[in-house]
Design a protein around this ligand. Structure first.
Ligand SMILES: Cc1cc2nc3c(=O)[nH]c(=O)nc-3n(C[C@H](O)[C@H](O)[C@H](O)COP(=O)(O)OP(=O)(O)OC[C@H]3O[C@@H](n4cnc5c(N)ncnc54)[C@H](O)[C@@H]3O)c2cc1C
Length: 388
């Protein structure tokens, strides 16, 4: 018979938001259990296939929780400028200089940030790590949530946080609905060495065969995200390295000259996921468990960091006995609902507007880009909004 282990908070999932939540609660009196199903693996040498545009507000948040200052900045690229192209010659650009900031974002590998957070959380006095470990049952008795692990251990807590990604087990167990809209696309990612310097510029093309983005990485490298219809994406994934490099260089108008693959292509299905309620008694969802958006805005992980910042803020000011009370959790839900909804609506609307199947909208979308380009006030307001 296994004994129950008691905590204030159990976090399921050690992706970036789950780790960041533990780190954000490091100066509180709360005892935390972090349950992760897989032993973490960091790419050795080479470049991580998953690369993020970390917004300045996420960078400030990470700095405040000790997950930024010691990152290897030689592997991170400040983003100075973004150029966006429509499908009929329209063009829009944004620059850090125009809005008076040092950078629009930092382009950084997922593994780089995850490793820094993981190493910090591992040493954190108020966190107990359960890894690898998977939960098999979730219950609620006398205002306490209980989580039973595969190996029979039982964890009790006032609050269970579902930070377990888009197919969240916690969300399913708590009976919280998720509405999926399948884009019928895969996000194909790969990293390349480039012939020409990128000068800190990112490019995005709304093409008939999807949305192609080049994100700059240090040492004349770049990370590609091509959100492409499934058939096109499958073709891209089947190309050998030379053909892929030539195909991507041509699709990007050779802005970076010849390309050489340094991280092979990988594909991820793209879906919009809306979760009308992200809380239940003793349960709260953060990160991709609470929302998923199309990667064209490059904002997924930034939404997750913002969730965690708000949740940590709410939890840090409460008595430990009431952490799972829906009246407390509603403060988190209310504070996050507007931004999440706005980001989902905007990325979904942009995606629909640029669907090649709707050529009648071609004039509208290209005129929209050109018009915004000619209105610096609107353009800079958009950038300031994106900078948070
Ligand atoms: C192609 C693509 C490109 C993207 N590009 C960007 C970008 O440029 N910028 C950006 O901000 N975002 C981007 N995103 C989104 C970003 O990847 C996600 O928002 C982010 O990874 C979400 O983190 P998460 O921890 O919520 O989920 P995940 O990263 O999925 O992590 C969930 C964690 O929970 C663990 N877990 C799952 N189930 C269980 C269980 N039952 N028990 C225990 N542990 C469990 C998993 O092992 C994992 O460690 C992109 C996404 C895609 C698909």
């Amino acid at each position: 018979m296994q004994q129950d282990l008691d905590f204030d908070v159990v976090v399921v999932g050690a992706g970036l938001p789950g780790l960041a939540l533990c780190a954000a609660l490091r100066r509180t009196q709360l005892s935390i259990a972090l349950v992760e199903g897989r032993m973490p693996e960091w790419p050795v040498g080479g470049w991580d296939a998953r690369v993020y545009a970390v917004s300045p507000s996420s960078a400030r948040f990470l700095e405040g929780i000790g997950g930024w200052a010691h990152l290897d900045h030689s592997r991170m690229q400040p983003l100075a400028r973004i150029e966006v192209f429509g499908d009929r010659g329209a063009r829009l650009d944004f620059s850090a200089f125009d809005v008076g900031v040092g950078e629009l974002a930092w382009i950084a590998e997922s593994g780089l940030i995850a490793r820094e957070l993981w190493e910090g959380v591992k040493r954190q006095a108020n966190v107990a790590l359960f890894c690898p470990a998977r939960p098999v049952a979730l219950g609620r008795v006398d205002e306490r949530s209980t989580l039973e692990l595969e190996d029979g251990r039982r964890l009790g807590a006032a609050l269970v946080v579902g930070a377990d990604g888009v197919n969240s087990w916690v969300r399913g167990q708590a009976g919280l609905d998720a509405r999926f809209t399948d884009y019928g696309e895969l996000g194909v990612v790969a990293n390349f060495r480039c012939e020409k310097p990128h000068l800190g510029c990112a490019w995005q093309w709304f093409r008939p065969d999807g949305v192609l983005a080049f994100l700059p990485l240090p040492d004349q490298h770049m990370s590609m995200v091509w959100s492409a219809p499934e058939a096109t994406a499958r073709d891209l994934l089947q190309h050998d390295a030379t053909t892929l490099a030539q195909h991507v260089a041509a699709a990007g108008d050779h802005v970076l000259g010849a390309l050489e693959v340094v991280t092979p292509a990988a594909g991820f299905p793209l879906r919009l996921m809306e979760v009308p309620k992200v809380i239940a008694p003793g349960i709260v969802l953060v990160g991709d468990a609470a929302h998923a958006i199309h990667p064209l805005s490059g904002h997924g992980v930034n939404l997750g960091f913002a969730d965690v910042r708000v949740l940590a803020d709410v939890l840090a000011t409460q008595d430990r006995g009431v952490l799972g009370d829906v009246r407390v959790l509603r403060r988190y839900e209310r504070r996050r609902a507007e931004e999440v909804r706005a980001m989902q609506l905007t990325t979904h609307a942009l995606h629909e507007l640029f669907r090649p199947q709707w050529p009648a909208l071609s004039w509208l979308r290209n005129s929209g880009l050109n018009l915004t380009q000619r209105m610096p006030v609107v353009r800079n307001a958009l950038v300031r909004y994106a900078l948070g």
